[in-house]
Design a protein around this ligand. Structure first.
Ligand code: AGP
Length: 622
C-alpha cells in the first residue's frame, strides 16, 4: 500500500532514495518524503502529492548524506497532507521512521504516550511507532521499569521494546540520530526486502527499487528485523533471537521495470501478454501426453487427485480470474469449486474440511485480505496453494506450495498480464487435475494444443488497437457502461467493468447477460453503452437474444465477437473481433480488447493510467 526505500552506504543517499521512490510510486502516491541523516541531524523533506512534488523541495545537498529513508504514501490513517506524510520523527527528535502497514492499537498507545509526555504533529499511526521507539530509547527502561540494556544496543533494544507493544502490520525502516552507523529494518505483515550491495544496503518494499543497485537480496519473514552497520548486517527476530538468512538472486531485470518506449506501464503490459503468456506456459504444457507439469506443486498434485472441493480466494482482478478457475475446475476436473472474496471469507468462519484444496490468487503476493485467508485455510487443515507473480512475496512464502505466473513485474495499478497468466495457470491446473481423474487424454491434448496457440492469437488482437481507440473515443462522454457476458465470458465482463472503472473513473457494472431482464435492463438508454462478449460458444444464441433485448430499448452495443462472424454484425454499433478458440480458453482472448478499451478511455479522459486516483498496486492493508 505504501512504498518504503532506505539507503545505507557510501554513495549520496538522496538521489538513490528519490529514484527508488519513483520506482515504488505505483504502490501509493498521496504524499512522499525523505529523511537524510548527516552530521548529527535529520534533513527532513516531505510533501503531499507525487514524488515530483518532493523533488521540487529537496535541495541539492551541500554535504551529501549517505544514510537516509524515504516513503511514498497511500493514506490509511489521516488525510494525504504534508504533516501526515512520512518520514515521521519522534518528539525527542532522535528517531525517524517510515512505515507501510496498519498499527491496530495505535490509538491506545498514542493516549498512553501523551500521558507520558509525548507530543504529536500528525494523525498517523506511524508517528506513534516513532514516539514509542523514542520513548523507550530515551527512558532506557522497558514499560515495567526493567531491562536497562547495554548502551551499544540501546537503539535496537528500544525498537524491540516498541514492537512488543504493537499489534498490526508493518514494514519499517528506522534511523536514530545518536546511532548514525546503524539502520534498522523490520517486517511484519507488509513486504520488506534487504538489497545487499558492495558496502551498501538498500531496504525497500519490493525489488524494483533495489535491482539497479544489486541483484542480491535477503527476504525478511514476518517478525524479523535486520540491523545494518558499516561492516555488514545481522538478522534476528523482534524478540532478539538470531536468525540466519540466505542471500538470494533477484529474478527481475532493470529493463523489465523500464517503460521501454511505451507511454504507460499498462500499455506495455497489455502488449507484453503474448510473450509473457509464452513464458508462463513454457515447459509446463506437455501436449503429446495431454499433461501439465507444474514443478512448484508436483508433490501436492498426487494428494490432490482425491480433492473433494476447491476453494479459490482472491481480491479484485485476481478474483475474476478465480471465477474462471471455478468454472474450469468444475467443467474439466469435475470437482466442486467456489471462488471467495478473501475479505469476506476470512471473517465468515468458513467450513473448510481436511480434503479441501485452497488456492490463493494474487499478483503481488502481498494483499492483506488474501494473506489472511491463506493463514485461516492453513489453520483449518486445507492444502494451500498460491498462484502468485512476485517471487518471494509473503503469500508465496506462506502457502504450502504454488505456481508462479512468470510474467515479470506488473507496475501498472490496473492488472492486465497478471490476469491472463492467472487464468492460464488455473486452466493448466484444472486440466492436470482432470487428467488425474476422468478427463480423457485426447480432450486434454486438444485443449493444451490450443492453449499453446493463444499467445499468437493475443498478438493478433493487439493489431486492432486503432479501432478500439476509436470505440473508446466514440463513447468517452458516457458516464455509465454495462459489461455483459455468459458462461466463461461472465467473469470477463466483470473484469472489463473493473478495468474501465479503476482507470477512466467511468462507472461500469459487469453482469451475467441473462440477469438483465431481472432488473438492470431498466437502466438501458442510448446514453448507456453496453459491452457484450458474444463470441461463438454454447450460449451464442442466448447472448444474441440479450443483445436484441438491449437494442430494442434503444441501447447502444459494443460487441466482442468471433472473427469472421458475419451474423453478429447487425447487432453491433461497434464491433471488436477475437480469433476463434475453444470455449474454455475464450477468457484469455476476450479480456484483451476490454483491457485496451479501458486503457484508451483513461488516456482520452486525461487520467494517470498507471497511478489512478485513490488506488495503489498492492493493497497490503485490510
Ligand atoms: C486490478 O486491476 C486491481 N488493481 C486490483 O483489483 C487487484 O487485482 C487486487 O487488489 C488484487 O491484487 P493482487 O492480485 O496483488 O492480490
Amino acid at each position: 500500500m505504501c512504498g518504503i526505500v532506505a539507503y545505507f552506504g557510501k554513495k549520496e543517499a538522496q538521489p538513490i532514495l528519490i529514484e527508488g521512490l519513483r520506482r515504488l510510486e505505483y504502490r501509493g502516491y498521496d504524499s512522499a518524503g525523505v529523511a537524510l541523516l548527516k552530521d548529527g541531524a535529520f534533513d527532513l523533506y516531505k510533501i503531499s502529492g507525487r514524488i515530483a512534488n518532493l523533488e521540487g523541495i529537496v535541495p541539492e545537498p551541500s554535504s551529501p548524506a549517505t544514510v537516509g529513508i524515504g516513503h511514498t504514501r497511500w493514506a490509511t490513517h489521516g488525510k494525504p497532507t504534508t504533516p501526515n506524510a512520512h518520514p515521521h520523527i519522534d518528539c525527542t527528535g532522535k528517531i525517524a521512521v517510515v512505515h507501510n502497514g496498519i498499527i491496530e492499537n495505535y490509538a491506545i498507545l498514542k493516549k498512553w504516550l501523551i500521558q507520558e509526555g509525548c507530543t504529536f504533529k500528525s494523525e498517523t499511526d506511524t508517528e506513534v511507532v516513532a514516539n514509542l521507539i523514542g520513548y523507550f530509547y530515551e527512558k532506557n527502561l522497558s514499560r515495567d521499569g526493567q531491562n536497562t540494556p547495554q548502551r551499544n544496543n540501546r537503539f535496537e533494544w528500544a525498537v524491540q521494546q516498541a514492537l512488543n507493544e504493537i499489534h498490526g502490520t508493518y514494514g519499517l525502516a528506522i534511523l536514530c540520530l545518536d546511532c548514525p552507523d546503524i539502520m534498522i529494518g523490520v517486517k511484519n505483515g507488509s513486504p520488506l526486502i534487504l538489497g545487499v550491495g558492495e558496502n551498501e544496503f538498500i531496504i525497500a518494499s519490493d525489488t524494483s527499487a533495489i535491482i539497479e543497485h544489486t541483484s542480491q537480496a535477503v527476504y525478511l519473514s514476518d517478525g524479523e528485523m535486520v540491523c545494518i552497520r558499516k561492516d555488514g548486517f545481522t538478522t534476528k527476530t523482534i524478540t532478539d533471537k538470531e536468525v540466519q538468512k540466505e542471500l538470494k538472486e533477484i529474478e527481475i531485470s532493470l529493463d523489465q521495470i523500464e517503460l521501454e518506449g511505451f507511454d504507460h506501464y499498462m500499455q506495455k503490459e497489455i502488449a507484453e501478454q503474448p510473450q509473457v503468456l509464452e513464458t508462463c506456459l513454457n515447459g509446463r504444457v506437455d501436449v503429446k501426453n495431454g499433461r501439465v507439469v507444474l514443478g512448484g506443486i508436483q508433490d501436492q498434485l498426487r494428494d490432490l487427485t482425491r480433492t473433494k472441493r476447491v476453494i479459490l480466494a482472491a481480491c479484485g482482478t485476481a478474483w475474476h480470474a478465480g471465477l474462471v478457475g471455478e468454472f474450469l475446475f468444475e467443467q474439466l476436473a469435475r470437482i466442486p469449486a467456489e471462488v471467495e472474496y478473501a475479505s469476506e471469507f476470512r471473517y465468515r468462519n468458513p467450513v473448510i474440511d481436511e480434503g479441501a484444496l485452497f488456492i490463493a490468487i494474487s499478483q503481488s503476493g502481498e494483499t492483506a485480505d488474501t494473506l489472511a485467508a491463506v493463514e485461516q485455510a492453513k489453520e483449518r487443515g486445507a492444502t494451500v496453494l498460491g498462484v502468485v507473480n512476485v517471487v518471494g512475496s509473503t503469500i508465496a512464502r506462506t502457502t504450502d506450495a504454488g505456481v508462479y505466473l512468470r510474467v515479470g513485474p506488473e507496475i501498472g495499478v490496473a492488472s492486465t498480464k497478471a490476469f491472463t497468466a492467472q487464468v492460464a495457470v488455473l486452466t493448466m491446473l484444472a486440466i492436470e487435475l482432470g487428467r488425474r481423474r476422468h478427463l480423457s487424454a485426447d480432450i486434454a491434448q486438444a485443449l493444451l494444443k490450443e492453449l499453446t496457440e493463444i499467445p499468437k492469437k493475443v498478438e493478433h488482437i493487439l493489431t486492432q488497437n486503432e479501432q478500439i481507440k476509436q470505440i473508446a473515443q466514440a463513447n468517452i462522454d458516457k458516464d455509465n457502461w454495462l459489461f455483459l457476458g455468459r458462461g466463461l465470458n461472465y467473469p470477463v465482463a466483470l473484469e472489463g467493468a473493473l478495468k474501465l472503472k479503476e482507470i477512466s473513473y467511468i462507472h461500469a457494472e459487469g453482469l451475467p447477460a441473462a440477469e438483465m431482464k431481472h432488473g438492470p435492463i431498466a437502466l438501458i438508454t442510448d446514453e448507456m453503452p453496453t459491452v457484450f462478449i458474444a463470441t461463438q460458444c454454447s450460449q451464442y444464441e442466448k447472448i444474441i437474444g440479450n443483445i436484441e433485448e438491449v437494442r430494442a430499448r434503444g441501447g447502444k452495443t459494443i460487441v466482442v465477437a468471433t472473427e469472421g462472424d458475419e451474423h453478429i454484425k447487425q447487432y453491433a454499433d461497434h464491433l471488436i473481433t477475437v480469433p476463434d478458440t475453444v470455449e474454455q480458453l475464450q477468457p484469455l482472448l476476450t479480456v484483451v480488447p476490454l483491457q485496451m478499451l479501458a486503457y484508451h478511455a483513461a488516456v482520452l479522459r486525461g487520467h494517470d493510467v498507471d497511478k489512478p486516483r485513490n488506488l495503489a498496486k498492492s493493497v497490503t492493508v485490510e
